[in-house]
Design a protein around this ligand. Sequence first.
Ligand code: ADP
Length: 618
Amino acid sequence: MAEVSTSKYEFQAEVKQILDIVVHSLYKDKDIFVREIVSNASDALEKLRHIKLTEKDVFDDNLDLEIEITTDDKANTITIKDFGLGMTEDELIENLGTIAHSGSKAFLEAVKKGQNIDSNLIGQFGVGFYSTFMVAKKVEVFTHYWKNDAKHLRWVSDGSGSYEISEEEGQRRGCKVVIHLKDEDKEFAQPEKIKGILTRYSSFVQFPIKLNGEQVNKVQAIWMRNKNEIKEEEYTEFYKFQANAFDEPRYTLHFSADAPLAINSLLFVPQENTERFGLGRVEPGVSLYCRKVLIDSKPDGLIPDWLRFLKGVVDSDDLPLNISRESMQDTSLIHKLNKAITNRFLKYLEEKAKKETEKYEEFYKMFGVYLKEGIATDFTNREQLAKLIRYESSHTEAGKLTSLTDYVSRMGQDQKEIYYLFGPSRDVIENSPQMEAFKANKLEVLYLLEPVDEFVMNNIGKFDDKDLVSADSSEAKLDDIKKEKDKDGLKSKEAKDLCKWISDELGDRVKEVSISKRLVDSPVIALNADKIMTPSMRKIMKSIHKEIGESKNEINLEINPNHNLIKNLNTLKDSDKDLAKLVVEQLYDNALVAAGFIEDPRSMVNRVYELLERVSTA
Ligand code: ADP
């Protein structure tokens, strides 16, 4: 026999780190490895099924598409064999020697960021194949790629620094993973133990799984079954299987439709929004089936991008079975499916928001950001989405949320517009001069606490035929505040002259200076003369297009003719013009600061010193 050449390779550094964590830090939930290897086997079979649609010349073509597991409690091994597509030598190196798997990468990132390594974390990201080393002192992978002329290969490693690859004749198509158990993990060589693990989640694998020759799963498509016959636990188990998750679904929507398209769908919202961890976008997690046959596990275009947090399955009888993944994106069918599913899901959320408000708000706090993304990017669903967003308002207690629909239901007869105000916190908004008139007129104002929210409001534009208007915009159509006439206040002529004088002093820093009808306690207010380009929008724009962001804020200034400071200023401008000028400058800056329009307040510090100096020597 010819001498078998063996090549020795080092694991990539990141893999070593993962292996180290897997071996030394993950003690709980060792069961995970069974699930990871079975799901790899299932993926490999799925891929082969697709290959067989177009390729005639497949190695070991007569083999059944199934997964065979054998346990040996004498040798202390467990072997998981699939007749899937197998791997070439290069693929062995690429897939089992480096981190190809996005989950593993995210896992490592999370660990580096100092998150606790527990089964929850590994559950969220999965460490795939490497999880075998939780229980193994040695792992062998025997494989033959699906092409006839491929090599018969053996990969082996003890999970420390390196692995070896050699040729070894006699392999069948697919992969055979032989796990040599550590002494303390012998229990995984017991069939009952493995059967217990398999029945829990592998019942949804779409290929037969045989344990020591006996089939342990009923290949079933839970989404095709009648809703009334399915137990909550079955949904949960299917979710865990489908989403590779360890939590319980937050929402489960199981529906079917006949017209205009035949759809059976089972959708889940997870507990956690993993994008929150800053580890990049989640991949779409709704698979496309046609009559129980998987067409694509990550189809493009099946659901809108902003619904990418959804997990589950969509099955449609109307898809041609032989549809290729490439041609799928363009079909109008996918487009129609997308529309039907999105509509149904949004309706479902609306129902939930009505019936279980608190639960919905929890969902909203975690996933609301996606709905906002939808409003900004998806014109067709904007109206529906607008009903689903929630904000605090002057009408709610701190921390409680309200909807646009509820806001409208509370509007008085004379109120024509919906008001909102952006600010860094509820407290800041409530105490801003912008709110004075709204408080005095008892008008509800929505509190926007994230910069993106103004953008969202601009995109919605109108709700229930009512304009959405920022409370700091000059466009807000406010009635005069009804209050007793202040006899000492500036006469109208005086006030007008003062406005003119201030306007001349400030030059092109203001668009207009006028007498305010909305101020109660503050001397001045700065209003936004540009409805769209608000200061927070400008900040967002600046991060995208520097030039756009650097154009100037358009400001209207309003003065309160009844305020002592304004009255004093009116006399000061004739008695001490220089000091009056300083006061105007300072009033202007104060108004900008109060409105959140100033990004760098340092510039006014020197003027404040000057003012203080004048006052202290007066
Ligand atoms: P994941 O399966 O999440 O991508 P793994 O670490 O489990 O991560 O596997 C890495 C890669 O190795 C897989 O993406 C796949 O390409 C390949 N692989 C693993 N198991 C098999 C198998 N049984 N048959 C074919 N390829 C496999």
